[in-house]
Design a protein around this ligand. Structure first.
Ligand code: AMP
Ligand code: ZN
Ligand code: FE
Ligand code: FE
Length: 283
C-alpha cells in the first residue's frame, strides 16, 4: 500500500544510496505528499531535499535519526520539526560524525584480522560527504567480493554484537530528547521492536523523559504489531509516526519509498501533531 506520508528515509547524507533529490522525487512519484529525510547524525541533505520538495509541492519536515544508548540497548530516535540551523545541534552532530570516523579504523582493523583486506580510504571514498556508518563498510566488502550482499556483511561481521561491531560514544535517550526539545522539535522512538526484548520497559522510561511518539507504522509491522504500538501510544499519551526506513541498499526486507501500511487518517494526525508542537513544521 502506498501511503501519502513517509517520515523515515535515508539518503547519501548518511548511509542511504540515493541522493536527497532522488529520494524526494521518488516519494512524489509514489504518491507521497508529506515526508521527512531522517539521515543518521546529519541534516546536510535537507537543503537539497527542500529545494526539490518546494518545486514538487511536497511537504518536507526537518528530520534526523539519532542513535542513543539505554544500558545495553541501542535506541534509535527520530526527531522532527527542530531548527536545523541551530548551532548547539550542529556542534553535537559534528561530534557524532567525528566519533563515527574514528570507529571506521577500528572496524576495518578487525575485518583485516578476519582476512577481509579492505582499505579504510575506500570506505571514506564510498561514504563521500556522508555521515559514515557500517553500511559503507559493508559496501566496501561487497565490491571486493568478500560477501555477495550488504546483508551478508552484516550477518557475518557487522551486525549488532558481531565480531566487527565496534560501539561508539552516544548520548543517552534522555539527553537526546532534551537536546531536540530545546531546538523546538519532537522525538519519536524509531522501529520500537528493534530495541529488543526490553522494548516495553524502554518505552516506559523514554516516555518519562518526554518522548513524544512511537513509530507505530514501520515498514515491516503487520496489523498486530501496529495495533500493539497504537494501543501503547494511546496508553502513554504518545503520538504515532510511520516510515519505510528506505536506504536503497537492496536488503531483502527493503520496501519502496511510501510502501507502508500507514492509513491516511493516521498520517493526518501525525501532521497535526507536528503543526501543533514544532518550531519548524516544514522547510
Ligand atoms: P551505524 O550507523 O554505523 O551504527 O549502522 C547502522 C545502520 O546499519 C542501520 O541504520 C542500518 O541501515 C544498517 N544495519 C544495521 N543492522 C543491519 C543488519 N543486520 N542488516 C543490514 N543492515 C543493517
Ligand atoms: Zn541507516
Ligand atoms: Fe534505525
Ligand atoms: Fe533509519
Amino acid at each position: 500500500m502506498m501511503a501519502k506520508g513517509d517520515f523515515h528515509l535515508h539518503s547519501t547524507a548518511s548511509d542511504g544510496v540515493r541522493s536527497p533529490s532522488w529520494v524526494v522525487e521518488t516519494a512524489h512519484a509514489n504518491g507521497v505528499h508529506a515526508m521527512s529525510l531522517t539521515d543518521h547524525d546529519s541534516t546536510n541533505g535537507l537543503a537539497e531535499a527542500a529545494t526539490v520538495a518546494k518545486r514538487l509541492g511536497l511537504r518536507l519536515i526537518p528530520g534526523i535519526e539519532l542513535s542513543t544508548d539505554l544500558g545495553p540497548a541501542d535506541v534509535h530516535l527520530l526527531a522532527y520539526g527542530f531548527n536545523p540551523a541551530s548551532e548547539p545541534l550542529q556542534a553535537f552532530l559534528s561530534w557524532q560524525r567525528e566519533v563515527r570516523i574514528g570507529r571506521v579504523d577500528k572496524i576495518v582493523a578487525i575485518l583485516r584480522d578476519e582476512g577481509a583486506m579492505i582499505e579504510t580510504s575506500r570506505v571514506f571514498e564510498i561514504a563521500g560527504e556522508a555521515s559514515v556508518g557500517r553500511p559503507h563498510i559493508a559496501r566496501a566488502l561487497l565490491e571486493r567480493g568478500y560477501v555477495e550482499s550488504v546483508k551478508e556483511a552484516f550477518d557475518r561481521w557487522l551486525a549488532d554484537g558481531g565480531v566487527a561491531d565496534v560501539p561508539r560514544e552516544k548520548l543517552s535517550p534522555q539527553e537526546a530528547i532534551a537536546l531536540i526539545h530545546r531546538e523546538g522539535g519532537v522525538v519519536f522512538a524509531a522501529h520500537p521492536f528493534l530495541i529488543g526484548h526490553t522494548y516495553l520497559e524502554a518505552i516506559d522510561q523514554l516516555a518519562g523523559w518526554g518522548l513524544d511518539g512511537l513509530e507505530a507504522y514501520y515498514k515491516n509491522h503487520d496489523e498486530e504489531a501496529i495495533t500493539e504500538m497504537v494501543l501503547l501510544a494511546g496508553k502513554l499519551g504518545l503520538a504515532c509516526s510511520g516510515g519505510s526506513d528506505y536506504h536503497g541498499l537492496g536488503n531483502p526486507d527493503e520496501r519502496p519509498i511510501g510502501d507502508i501500511n500507514f492509513p491516511d487518517a493516521a498520517v493526518d494526525r501525525f501532521l497535526a501533531f507536528i503543526d501543533e508542537h514544532c518550531a519548524v513544521p516544514a522547510l
